[in-house]
Design a protein around this ligand. Sequence first.
Ligand SMILES: *[C@@H]1O[C@H](CO)[C@@H](O)[C@H](O)[C@H]1NC(C)=O
Ligand SMILES: *[C@@H]1O[C@H](CO)[C@@H](O)[C@H](O)[C@H]1NC(C)=O
Ligand SMILES: *[C@@H]1O[C@H](CO)[C@@H](O)[C@H](O)[C@H]1NC(C)=O
Ligand SMILES: *[C@@H]1O[C@H](CO)[C@@H](O)[C@H](O)[C@H]1NC(C)=O
Length: 362
Amino acid sequence: MSNDNQSVLQPKCLLLIFSVGLNIFFVFEFPGHYYKESQTAITFTASKDKPLENNTILLIWFWPFGIKFNLNSCSTLYNIDGCYLTVDRDLYSEAHAVLINHKEIKRNLSNLPTKPRPFFQKWIWMHFESPQNTRRLNGLENLFNVTLNYRRDSDIVVREHIVLKTEDTEDKIFPQVLDKKDKLVCWIVSNWNGKHERIKYYNELKKHIDIYALGRHFGKIVNNSQYNEILTRCKFYLSFENTDHHYDYMTEKLFNPLALGSVPVALGAPRYIYERFVPRDAFIHVKDFSSPQKLAEHLLSLDKNIEEYKKYFQWRKHFEVKLVNYPQEHACRACHYIRTKKDYQFFGNLNKWYWDPINNGT
Ligand SMILES: *[C@@H]1O[C@H](CO)[C@@H](O)[C@H](O)[C@H]1NC(C)=O
Ligand SMILES: *[C@@H]1O[C@H](CO)[C@@H](O)[C@H](O)[C@H]1NC(C)=O
Ligand SMILES: *[C@@H]1O[C@H](CO)[C@@H](O)[C@H](O)[C@H]1NC(C)=O
Ligand SMILES: *[C@@H]1O[C@H](CO)[C@@H](O)[C@H](O)[C@H]1NC(C)=O
């Protein structure tokens, strides 16, 4: 997750994308994210009356970013059985785990649970922003048992990823998407921080190539169907992260264009980190070029050479994008983890791990 143009596509919608090349739902913006509007409008079914004897109880302490979701869908959406998700704090003493989203924690930690923690209960630290864009809080070191994050060395890793195709699923995007391309380079951005590398890069790049730029910063807020259409129509999409942090941080800014058939131009982590998650020929990295001008020249040359451009789609023969549904999927997977992993766990160096991960092997 990231600080802007978050477009979270549900598995259902993903299906829709692949079947009709278009998905229809709203986005709205709140603290820098685009989300489905339906996520606020959803009438989330209150959990089954009571947890069953055998259920693993996951208490969601805060709705992450205020996003509500159906608490009863782990089984139908993710095939995860035996989980009882709840936001009812009265169930605190019974809960096997408490899921706490970092963004909601008050600086003085006063809004965290205060009652004694049952011996079997694990606290899960959930967070999907980059460290550069996250306030570090004192006192978190001795609270959590488990981390839920995009980093590969988290206890529970939930992130968009590239998976082998299981069946001979027909690619509904390629090559049809080629006929829809009437724009060269696009960018949708809401958060504008002139100090960020990506803004400097953009300002330089646009001197050498036309960039179709949208988003709140440009006074053109796009809804989700426009977002998807724009990505479909663009040959290249600027997947510029708002951080240059190295630790596995890459967001829907990268995976949505991959899913929708636009070639991402990545800026953020170094290429070798991207290559841990995405086939190397699926994207362009700004550091592949010595300057924005050189990158522009490359994009312009690909614009004229369709055969070369098509090479960026070869990975699709064997792989496909698996998007994630924040935060519902995260909660379900967290519950599954708690249900299946009975070990004692304690994560005593959260602050160091997340904000000072120097020499930690990544
Ligand atoms: C509890 O759940 C486990 C795993 O789903 C199942 O194998 C077991 O039979 C259940 N036990 C009871 C008493 O329901
Ligand atoms: C913690 O901070 C909040 C403001 O965020 C304040 O209202 C509250 O009184 C503080 N609590 C304590 C115990 O200091
Ligand atoms: C998105 O915005 C466009 C243009 O304002 C509008 O025509 C369209 O109906 C909107 N889509 C949705 C799903 O609201
Ligand atoms: C979770 O961590 C706390 C330390 O904050 C520890 O006291 C507790 O025993 C741990 N619980 C489990 C179930 O691992």
